[in-house]
Design a protein around this ligand. Sequence first.
Ligand SMILES: [Zn+2]
Length: 101
Amino acid sequence: MGVPIKVVYCSEISDVAPDKRSICFGHCELEKQEIRVYSGGTFELTWQTIMHEALHLIGDMTKISILSMDSMQKHNELDCLANVLMDMLIRNNLLNIQEEK
Ligand SMILES: [Zn+2]
């Protein structure tokens, strides 16, 4: 906590994962303090993915068990949490982000 996280926006989905073989919308590395996100999708997808990866980093940093990634069920729950958080923040104008048009 308290460290700036670099967000790298990737226009090609194949550039998101470091191995360039896995296909994913987002990836994070605590050691590099970096989130990589696919930016070619919708505005909502990009921000939901950033939230998802941020929750991974928070889980890694804090060891909060509900954010641990020891099962696919927990991963899916983390994804739901990212979805509802972003929906609440955007719908209520609590985040100062706007879609470029
Ligand atoms: Zn994930």
